[in-house]
Design a protein around this ligand. Structure first.
Ligand code: OVM
Length: 398
């Protein structure tokens, strides 16, 4: 074996709090390396990460996309019918969900989302320092997404703790996971109930999934679990995407002013934010067969952690990768993954971020960070738990 080995711990508290300084070391180890603390392989270079994500037959998802191998360990919850499946099942469930989350329906909501974001931002601009996480990054998605799903009103505060647990569960059985499993017991029970047809508030994507079940595209039980995917993957991720956008602009004021001068750069800026921010740090795959990588062969049944955030800053792919540059062409990043499992909700995320960005452009001249961003440690997501900022208004109000 010539595969380099490291005792680096991606889940050490200091690493979770600030992962990026370690990524160069991981990329420099080689195209693949062995993480001796976790008995798994890792990849951190863009080309290899992308290739592994593309080759779903070799790098399977049905054994879990975290460290835990479902072939040997009981999953913490019934597996996702999207995330934790392979074709042929995945083709059917993903096909059904793609139709529910189709672009035209989403586009129709953008004007309303922009209005909601604009009224939130207008109320914050010129009002001194506030926490951009609670007041905007959480407030905005929670004001649009659960309603789009058709979720009941009571108990929506369970969505964020549930998602934090789900993302912790992709990591090792460390203290973070133990604590979040214990504290999210109630949230888990609430989510299970909220997914049921009889508990939906009304029309929306959840009802659409049940309608697909009525047409015979899936069973009622499958529909319930597919709705769960929206609730698991659709809230915390976009909350942190929006927080990352505010953080990126706040910590790169020249880029913010560049965007204000030319708002047509908005779409590029969002893509660059997704590349640079590393909200989804890692996902795993499991080898379904022995596979050659470079000069080495990896056996069947091995876990491999793909460092998406490291790939998105690989200098082999991105010039001056640490730089947040809204004029760069960041398309092709793996912030949403790649291949057949690439994020189903990526257009929801982009539209939510676009709504917030256009509200900022309308109302905010300067985004001032007034304190340090507090990270909320998680085994998968690089999250912002609090972000003190001040929005200086761009127009003097009459
Ligand atoms: C799911 C799902 C999909 C993507 C991410 C995720 C917890 C979950 O289908 O439940 O993270």
């Amino acid at each position: 074996m010539t595969i380099p080995e490291t005792d680096f711990d991606p889940y050490a508290a200091t690493v979770l709090a600030d992962p990026f300084p370690h990524h160069e070391m991981l990329r420099e180890l080689g195209p693949i390396f062995w993480l001796s603390r976790y008995n798994c392989y890792g990849m951190a270079r863009f080309a290899e990460v992308r290739t592994a994500l593309h080759d779903w037959e070799t790098f399977v998802s049905s054994r879990g996309v975290g460290l835990s191998d479902f072939a040997h360990e009981e999953p913490w919850r019934p597996p996702s019918l999207l995330l934790e499946t392979d074709p042929p099942v995945h083709n059917r469930t993903r096909g059904l969900m793609n139709k529910v989350a189709a672009l035209p329906a989403l586009k129709a909501r953008l004007p309303e989302w922009k209005e909601k974001a604009a009224s939130l931002v207008a109320a914050l601009a010129g009002n001194g320092s506030f926490d951009a996480v609670t007041e905007l990054a959480e407030a905005f998605p929670l004001s649009v997404f659960p309603d789009m799903i058709g979720l009941r009103d009571e108990g929506r505060e369970n969505l964020l703790p549930y998602a934090m647990t789900a993302f912790n569960a992709f990591g090792p059985r460390n203290a973070l996971l133990a604590e979040s499993l214990a504290s999210a017991e109630q949230a888990t029970a609430w989510v299970a109930e909220a997914c049921k047809r009889e508990n939906l508030k009304g029309p929306g994507w959840a009802a659409d999934v049940y309608a697909a079940a009525d047409r015979g595209d899936c069973t009622q039980e499958e529909a319930e679990r597919l709705v769960r995917s929206f609730l698991t993957a659709g809230v915390d991720t976009t909350v942190n995407g929006i927080a990352a956008l505010i953080y990126a602009m706040g910590s790169n004021p020249d880029e913010w002013q560049k965007l204000r001068a030319d708002p047509t750069l908005g779409k590029k800026a969002l893509e660059e934010t997704l590349r640079w921010s590393g909200v989804a740090q890692t996902f795993f795959r499991t080898t379904s067969r022995a596979v050659q990588i470079g000069n080495d062969t990896i056996p069947e049944g091995q876990k491999i952690v793909l460092f998406l955030a490291a790939a998105n800053r690989d200098p082999r792919q991105w010039p001056d990768p640490e730089r947040y540059d809204i004029t760069r062409n960041a398309s092709g990043h793996v912030g949403f993954g790649f291949g057949i499992h690439q994020c189903l909700g990526q257009m929801v995320a982009r539209f939510e971020m676009e709504a917030v960005l256009s509200a900022l452009l309308e109302h905010v001249g300067e985004i001032r960070l007034t304190g340090a961003a507090q990270r909320r440690p998680n085994n998968t997501l690089y999250t912002i738990g609090s972000l003190p900022v001040e929005f200086a208004p761009c127009r003097i109000s009459a």
